[in-house]
Design a protein around this ligand. Structure first.
Ligand SMILES: [Zn+2]
Length: 556
């Protein structure tokens, strides 16, 4: 029976366009992982959606003087276009504005309330006398009590990553239209999630995770060692999901509590859409099924502590198998910043360049265990040296030799034993690197090694001479190279899906490469091959300088 693999990807706030930090942090690794497992033959369900609630949305709506829904609709449709253009293959990308999501949130909320994991208590909240309103956490700024960063937000410190409450902040203030106003702290009744009840179970659960990335595991252990505090999960807001409790009409469920439930509600929505409304259960209720959550490091505690607590409290649903969170991607040596507009925006990139060279570069420098950097000159260098020179030229010279010397049909020859063994072991190595605790750079390294090895093989055999001297030797060499290229098509597919499909067709196949499976299937001898065309375009070195100049002139 093939495995069931749930791939959950962090829900982006629908308040702005996507940049390369988002892509390298979660969407690309999740997509590579999902594509590998689909080709391998597993049942994969990859879900996410627009986070429609929360103050990032209302802040943006207030600044544009429009309704929050208008902001969400605008960016949700832009996300869908971006996934399509960049090849991020969601099985469902929905939003937290659906009735299904609201029902699923109410179901979990009510169960936790009945089991006494949610309770009423008084709490201190931020309030502005000047505007006669309660202030959502993110509207409040101040000094972080952990690291003294003086621009910490009321929900989280961007400097040290600690989650915060506005009352934790030293010297809290509220900024509105470039002016700072004092913040008063008042007492109010709210509903709390009893996180402290899950401390022991989570301690034991995390200690078991021997294959997790050490940065994710250590962050989580540090978080748990501070002792879990119960947290308020309602707020005085108008925008968000209603609280299914009497006398709470003026309050909403806090966004971090409901957004993580999106993984489950999206799975249910997907099942409805497939026509089998119970299909989600295979991914959530079968203890043999595996679930992986992809996100940037700022989101770790929500997926390794809070969501697992909610799942434990609810009961009967699988906890995360692995949370391979990434570190941050910088741009041209500096920290990426949307407020300073120091970022490369995905749509801008796609308006000028092809998706696969960026997928390749971001995978090759993925911030898996430490921060990494995007630079345009490295992008151009890797495109030209690695994609064009190593992989693209390999394919082009083999297919051109076949075309010119074997009447456009694959030669019947004997595949070299050593090269075949190298290809066969590459298939296994890439699979091992991607299977359960994904190491993307390592997987891509194995694949590119095979391309290098095949180039060395061709240089040694020199089939361009063999075709004049001994056509049977040439047939052996080219059949060997075609075997290796047929392996590269498969092992590079998760990274370069558009290119692999193109190569699949250049090798004479008319179906989707997804039906090939995780196997080496070279074209049969004497199969006609279409005219070869280059897989990649060489980029002018000057492009890097132009792109850096554009980045600098757009920055604030
Ligand atoms: Zn801090």
């Amino acid at each position: 029976m093939s495995a069931y693999i749930l791939v959950g990807v962090a829900w982006p706030y629908a308040n702005g366009p996507l940049h390369l930090g988002h892509i390298a942090g979660s969407y690309l690794p999740a997509d590579i992982f999902a594509r590998y497992h689909r080709l391998f033959g597993s049942n994969v369900l990859m879900v996410s959606g627009s986070d429609a609630h929360g103050t990032p949305i209302t802040l943006k709506a207030e600044s544009e003087k429009v309704e929050p829904r208008e902001i969400v609709d605008r960016y949700h449709s832009s996300f869908l276009r971006s996934w399509d253009r960049f090849g991020i293959s969601f099985d469902l990308f929905t939003s937290t504005m659906t009735q299904n999501h609201k029902d699923t949130v109410h179901d979990i909320f009510t169960m936790l309330l009945q089991k006494n994991y949610i309770y009423k208590d008084k709490m201190l909240v931020a309030y502005s006398v000047d505007f006669d309103r309660y202030l959502p956490d993110r509207y409040v700024s101040g000094t972080c009590p952990h690291c003294n960063f003086d621009q910490a937000r009321g929900d989280q410190c961007d400097n040290c990553g600690q989650t915060l409450d506005p009352v934790d902040l030293i010297n809290p203030f509220y900024t509105r239209e470039y002016k700072n106003y004092p913040v008063e702290i008042k007492e109010a009744e709210h509903l709390f999630l009893r996180l402290s009840a899950f401390q022991d179970e989570l301690n034991a659960w995390i200690n078991d995770k021997t294959t997790w990335r050490s940065n994710v595991k250590n962050f989580t252990i540090g978080y748990l060692n501070e002792g879990l505090r119960d947290r308020a999960i309602t707020r005085n807001l108008e925008w968000g999901i209603s609280v299914p409790v009497e006398d709470y009409e003026d309050r909403r469920i806090y966004v971090w509590f409901e957004a993580v439930i999106g993984y489950l509600s999206a799975s249910k929505e997907w099942a409805q859409l497939t026509g089998d409304k119970d299909a989600w259960r295979d991914y959530w209720e079968n203890p043999e099924s595996r679930s992986y959550y992809f996100m940037g490091k700022d989101n770790i505690p929500f997926h390794t502590v809070i969501w697992p607590s909610m799942l434990l409290g609810y009961g009967g649903l699988n906890l995360p198998t692995n949370v391979p969170a990434n570190e941050y991607l910088g741009v041209e040596g500096s920290k990426l910043s949307t407020s300073r507009n120091w970022a490369v925006w995905l749509d801008d990139y796609l308006n000028t360049f092809d998706p696969d060279p960026l997928r390749y570069y971001l995978a090759a420098t993925m911030p898996e265990t430490s921060d990494s950097n995007f630079s345009w000159s490295e992008y151009v260098r890797r495109n030209n040296d690695e994609l064009v020179a190593t992989f693209g030229n390999l394919v082009h010279r083999v297919l051109t030799l076949v075309h010119n010397n074997f009447k456009g049909c694959t030669p019947s020859g004997t595949v070299d034993r050593l090269l075949a063994e190298k290809a066969n072991s590459t298939l296994v190595q890439v699979s091992d690197s991607l299977n359960s605790s994904p190491r993307f750079k390592e997987a891509l390294g194995h694949a590119m090694n095979l391309a290098h090895e095949t180039n060395r093989f061709l240089d040694y055999r020199a089939p361009w001479k063999q075709v004049r001297e001994n056509i049977e030797d040439a047939a052996d060499t080219l059949a060997s190279a075609l075997y290796s290229i047929s392996c590269l098509k498969v092992v590079l597919y998760p990274f370069l899906p558009f290119t692999s499909q193109k190569l699949h067709e250049m090798l004479g196949f008319s179906n989707s490469i997804e039906s090939n499976g995780w196997e080496i299937n070279p074209p049969l001898p004497s199969s006609p091959l279409p005219h070869p065309a280059p897989l990649f375009q060489k980029l002018d070195d000057e492009i890097a300088g132009e792109m850096v100049a554009k980045l600098g002139s757009n920055a604030k």
